[in-house]
Design a protein around this ligand. Structure first.
Ligand SMILES: [Zn+2]
Length: 460
């Protein structure tokens, strides 16, 4: 029987903390995308308020909070930067010293997408999933973009130590990842071994490491001190007004997610919280709209030089990857978030069609089921072959499955599967416990972003 572990949506504190941690980086980011100092501050605040709004009204579109925010800032920033203002970059404007000037000017000559990839991955050290969300792609493609951008960066700074690789297949994305150090993933092992022996791939690998190191030395242009506190305070106030407090999202720590079934009364509580939040939001929004005739304007303002109105305006559908569940970047272990669907308060207000009121692509709920040969979903003898099926997983991700004994120990039985374009996967798992313990075994699956488990009772 499927036994999904669910966690609530993000708390006000989660979002506030992410904004506080990354505010200076987002500011630096949009400055380097061409925003003037006042425009950059405005983009930081607007995009952060939009983030809160998106987490409240369309949480399933926020696959990764930090990546979503950078992606939003990127969209708003390029709109502002493209409005005819003079680029503030170059000429050492963002540079404290000569090294910084070289970095800033080199970044400036790269195409915007490559600049974004390098800033996010190398200069701000964001997780690959956040980079992918900000770029609107998957993590493999994002690392490929990072790798190619690093090679372009080296060329632009006059580093020509990377050997020509014409005609030779080079896994740039894998080398980009390996060059950052740390443990080599099993899926990268073959490319890793090859690159150790291949002069061409080795030189690409070394180049990746050089570029990564140079870009990591970029000085982040922080938000102006006199504005920083007020920007953060306004975002925090909005988060607290619209999102549940962490204290209200009780009872779900990592252990609970893995080992204990959720209490039956908790799910209604979350739905209740979601409804309360929606009613509060709707009331505030209604008051705001009734007092401010311009407040109901679409957030996708036609004039590229004008930032969209912020307060409560539903987000335009620029949200990256509207298919999976939100996670906080940097969360060391994958977690399942149960997303309470909250009615979009903007949908019924005014004559302006709400972008978030449009039909969303259907997202299947996260499921994991295990069935043995006789079709009995929940129990059977030790050593049975289980058919595992899942829905609602991260498209294209690799799901790894572990089979745990009743004491929560690894049995040594594992399986993997690739999630298809519909978010589904099917694989088989040998329910083989060498200790031959009777009782409830756990089938635990993770795709690196979301995680679920189900049980299999071994009859004694
Ligand atoms: Zn090679």
């Amino acid at each position: 029987m499927a036994d999904l572990r669910r966690a609530p949506g993000l708390s006000a504190e989660d979002v506030s903390a992410a904004v506080r941690v990354h505010a200076d980086r987002v500011h630096d980011f949009v400055r380097r995308l061409g925003c003037s100092p006042p425009a950059a501050v405005e983009v930081v605040e607007t995009s952060a308020l939009d983030l809160v709004d998106a987490v409240v009204t369309a949480p399933h579109t926020v696959q990764d909070v930090v990546g979503w925010w950078f992606g939003r800032a990127r969209a708003l920033g390029s709109r502002v930067a493209g409005s005819g203002q003079e680029l503030p970059l170059g000429g050492g404007l963002l540079s404290a010293d000569e090294d910084q000037a070289v970095l800033a000017e080199t970044l400036e000559v790269l195409p915007e997408r490559e600049r974004v990839a390098l800033l996010l991955r190398d200069s701000y050290a964001l997780p690959a999933v956040a980079v992918a969300v900000a770029l609107g792609t998957d993590t493999e493609a994002a690392m490929e973009t990072v790798g190619r951008a690093r090679l372009a960066f080296l060329q632009a700074v006059g580093d020509d130590d990377v050997l020509p690789t014409t005609g030779h297949p080079v896994q740039v994305g894998v080398l980009a990842r390996i060059a950052e150090g740390g443990a080599v993933a099993a899926s990268d092992a073959t490319a890793h071994r090859h690159a150790q022996a291949c002069a061409m791939c080795r030189s690409v690998w070394d180049g990746q490491a050089r570029a990564h190191q140079m870009l990591a030395g970029l000085t982040v242009v922080a938000l102006p001190e006199e504005l920083r506190d007020s920007v953060l305070a306004r975002v925090d106030a909005q988060a607290r007004a619209y999102l549940p407090a962490a204290a209200d999202l009780i009872g779900f720590d990592e252990e609970d997610l893995v080992d204990e079934p959720p209490s039956r009364w908790m799910v209604p509580l979350y739905i209740l919280l979601g409804l309360v939040a929606a009613v509060v939001l709707g009331t505030i929004l209604g008051l705001f709209l009734s007092r401010s005739p311009s407040g109901g304007g679409s957030a996708t303002a036609g004039d590229p030089g004008v930032l969209p109105s912020v307060t409560g305006a539903p987000l335009p559908p620029t949200s990256p990857l509207p298919t999976t569940f939100p996670t906080l970047s940097g969360n060391p272990s994958p977690t399942v978030f149960f997303v309470t669907p909250s009615p979009s308060p903007g949908a019924s207000i005014g004559s302006n069609p709400s972008p978030t009121g449009a039909p969303e692509p259907a997202t299947e709920p996260l499921t994991l089921t295990a069935t043995d040969g006789d079709g009995d979903p929940g129990s059977g003898p030790n050593g049975s072959t289980l058919t595992l099926q899942g829905t609602g997983w991260t498209q294209g991700a690799t799901v790894t499955v572990d089979y745990l004994d009743p004491l929560g120990r690894q049995t040594g039985s594992h399986a993997t599967a690739t999630v298809d374009a519909r978010g589904r996967f099917t694989t088989t798992l040998s329910a083989q416990d060498p200790s031959n313990l009777p009782g409830r075994h756990t089938v635990r699956a993770s795709d690196g972003t979301v995680q679920a488990s189900t049980t299999y009772d071994v009859s004694g």
